[in-house]
Ligand binder design. Structure first.
Ligand code: CTP
Ligand code: CA
Length: 229
């Protein structure tokens, strides 16, 4: 079979994919969120299923149809995402964190809708950091699954997109990090993506601009090479 045609090389494997962006509620109607559409995570789930894997897709606020043959677990906030991913990861051969968890959540969540103050003053939102799911997954010992992270970077004075990616890979301790350059913002909601897949073993695979499904195929190729017998 040629590349792009699905070989059942993931048959007998259980893979977990997270997708979408978490929402951290301030009150019953308002939240802090992000621009992740879930398209890349859904493409990963679809491709893994086509390659024979049993797939658990943990979806945070995604409005896409459920991929056929995939178990979808819907979540909203980062705590729920963590619980669902960690539960599914217990029996997983690979976990791919394509979701964008909100880094922070409000310290207090109002039970009632927050009203504007009579005196015209503006409220302050106090935030606390969310748990790092990827880092937690990667630090588990003994670890039986291949752990993959994503990083959307813009590059900044402290480093180029790839330098930041290498540093993040080391910080997270995962096996693979899929690095996107999001300087233009064009990747969000787009059917296309372009990335460099960095490996903890020093590998670097560039995937030219193409569909998110095409990128998913290369990511699973890299995962498949790292799976145990
Ligand atoms: N991630 C995670 N848990 C979090 C935040 C991020 O598991 N609380 C995962 C994402 O799903 C992604 C990877 O970590 O696979 C990198 O996310 P990113 O936002 O780039 O990493 P951060 O450590 O949050 O760094 P930054 O300050 O650049 O946002
Ligand atoms: Ca982040």
């Amino acid at each position: 079979l040629s590349r792009g045609v699905s070989a059942p090389d993931l048959a007998g494997r259980h893979v977990v994919v997270s997708a979408g962006g978490t929402r951290e509620y301030l009150d019953p109607v308002r939240f802090l969120g992000n621009r992740s559409s879930g398209l890349q995570g859904y493409a990963l789930a679809r491709v893994a299923a086509a390659r024979g894997a049993e797939v658990t897709l943990v979806a945070a606020n995604v409005t896409l149809p459920d991929p056929a043959g995939v178990k979808v677990v819907a979540v909203e906030d980062t705590a729920q995402l963590r619980d669902a991913v960690l539960a599914a990861a217990v029996s997983a051969d690979a976990v791919v964190m394509a979701a964008a968890p909100a880094d922070f959540r409000p310290v207090t969540v109002s039970q009632d809708k927050i009203k504007k103050a009579e005196d015209g003053s503006s409220p302050a939102i106090v935030l606390e950091q969310n748990p790092d799911i990827l880092k937690h997954l990667a630090s588990q010992t003994p670890r039986r699954s291949v752990v993959v992270g994503f990083a959307a970077e813009t590059g900044d004075p402290s480093g180029s997109v790839l330098e930041l990616g290498r540093a993040k890979l080391a910080r997270k301790g995962c096996d693979l990090l899929v690095v996107n350059d999001v300087s233009g913002g064009g990747v969000f909601g787009s059917p296309d993506n372009e990335a460099v897949i960095l490996g903890a073993d020093g590998s670097q695979v560039s995937v030219p601009l193409g569909t998110k499904s095409a990128l998913a195929q290369v990511i699973w190729d890299e995962v498949a090479r790292r799976l145990g017998p």
